[in-house]
Write a protein that binds this ligand. Structure first.
Ligand SMILES: NC(=O)c1ccc[n+]([C@@H]2O[C@H](COP(=O)([O-])OP(=O)(O)OC[C@H]3O[C@@H](n4cnc5c(N)ncnc54)[C@H](OP(=O)(O)O)[C@@H]3O)[C@@H](O)[C@H]2O)c1
Length: 353
């Protein structure tokens, strides 16, 4: 396939949409054709994202009707949804319906939670409202790209930011039978994980210079993590998940602990993880402890290991907006369109932010 492929972004003024636009600005094969904004159609992209000035000068957010019309004209299109859960599924459903009626075939990566579960009942139990397009659930696969060799559905549901980090750390342990299937996870996320709109619990003065757990053992992403881990590894594991609010804007650090199934030292587990991810260009297994500054604003995931022969700890650091959202979505879209998986994503982290 030669030339550029048009890309369309939904949820246009949000943080994940902004990160998608930053990545797509330098993508050699995907070209941003339209960015939909429900709240600011007609406004300039640069007014929402001043850091993208120069890349999108003159471009304006489009309304849902404009985007719908564009999707019926483009024979092939990369459609990214960075809309909130509950909004994303009915929006995608309506846009795909219009495209199908016109004979066009957008490929979708949904970064919201709407297509992560296999059943509408499981979704409703966690999100407390009906899933918005149950008849389309079978068209989506939810997985980290590193854990699925062959995609069998037309579209993809991104597993999310915490889930990406937890799954990268834990799926090899379960697949290789290194640990008993009861995993204890502590994760720390930066404030961009909560989106653009401040709330009493996520506002900068509250989070700044502080660290605290929230939704301990009751976070809604825990069932998604367990379902994804089971699909990827074939093991029904329990995840006891305690998320924390970190005093930084970007980044996620998780520590997964479990009892070893047999005595293994740090070097042996490092070797097993390195082999498991030998063909995963974005995963690096380190000798030392991974740090978020080494992956911020990049699509790389850093893993570290510690074993005392009985208990294993695997640490993972990613950028929540990049590998945990927009970068992981572009990685999937590259594969769905038959492009090299790494296209547009290999820039290293800046190191100092
Ligand atoms: N932030 C992260 O680290 C992260 C990581 C993984 C996954 N996600 C998921 O990615 C999606 C976007 O996250 P985000 O952090 O970018 O969120 P955000 O900053 O709150 O942006 C979401 C955008 O969706 C649009 N939107 C459309 N209808 C809406 C409605 N009824 N209520 C609120 N917003 C509406 C808004 O843009 P317009 O008004 O311009 O349309 C809004 O700016 C979410 O589903 C989130 O769960 C986020």
């Amino acid at each position: 396939m030669s030339g550029t492929i048009p890309a369309v972004v939904l949820g246009g003024t949000g943080y994940v949409a902004g990160e998608l636009l930053r990545l797509l600005a330098v993508h050699p094969r995907l070209r941003v054709a339209a960015v939909m904004s429900d709240s600011q159609p007609g406004e300039s992209l640069v007014s929402a994202f001043p850091h993208l000035a120069g890349a999108y000068d003159g471009m304006r957010f489009e309304s849902q009707e404009q985007v719908r019309s564009r999707l019926t004209r483009e024979p092939l299109c990369a459609l990214f949804s960075a809309a909130p859960h509950g909004v994303s599924a009915p929006l995608i459903d309506s846009l795909l319906g219009a495209a199908a009626a016109a004979g066009t075939r957008p490929r979708v990566v949904d970064i919201s939670a709407d297509f992560r579960f296999r059943s509408a009942e499981d979704y409703a139990q966690v999100y407390h409202h009906p899933q918005g397009a149950p008849e389309r659930l079978g068209q989506f696969t939810c997985a980290v790209p590193e854990h699925l060799a062959e995609l069998a559905t037309e579209h993809v549901a991104h597993p999310g930011c915490f889930a990406t980090a937890v799954l990268l750390a834990s799926v090899p342990l379960l697949t290789l039978g290194l640990v008993s299937p009861q995993l204890f996870v502590a994760g720390v996320t930066g404030s961009t994980g909560a989106g653009r709109k401040p709330t009493p619990g996520t506002h900068h003065p509250v989070r700044h210079s502080d660290l605290y757990a929230y939704s301990a053992l009751a976070h809604r992403h825990a069932p998604e993590i367990a379902a994804c881990a089971r699909a990827a590894s074939g093991v029904a594991a329990e995840f006891a998940f305690v998320p924390h609010s970190g005093p930084f804007a970007r980044g996620i650090h998780v520590t997964v602990q479990a009892s070893l199934a047999r005595p293994l030292g740090t070097a042996e587990v490092l070797g097993a993880l390195r082999e498991f991810y030998a063909r995963a260009p974005f995963v690096r297994v380190l000798e030392g402890a991974p740090r978020i500054k080494d992956v911020i604003a990049s699509n790389y995931a850093h893993l570290g290991v510690a074993s005392d022969g009985r208990t294993l700890a695997v640490m993972c650091a990613i950028d929540n907006l990049t590998k945990g959202a927009a970068g992981g979505a572009v990685q999937w879209m590259n594969r769905m369109l038959g492009l090299p998986e790494t296209e547009g994503l290999t820039a290293p982290a800046p190191g100092w932010t």
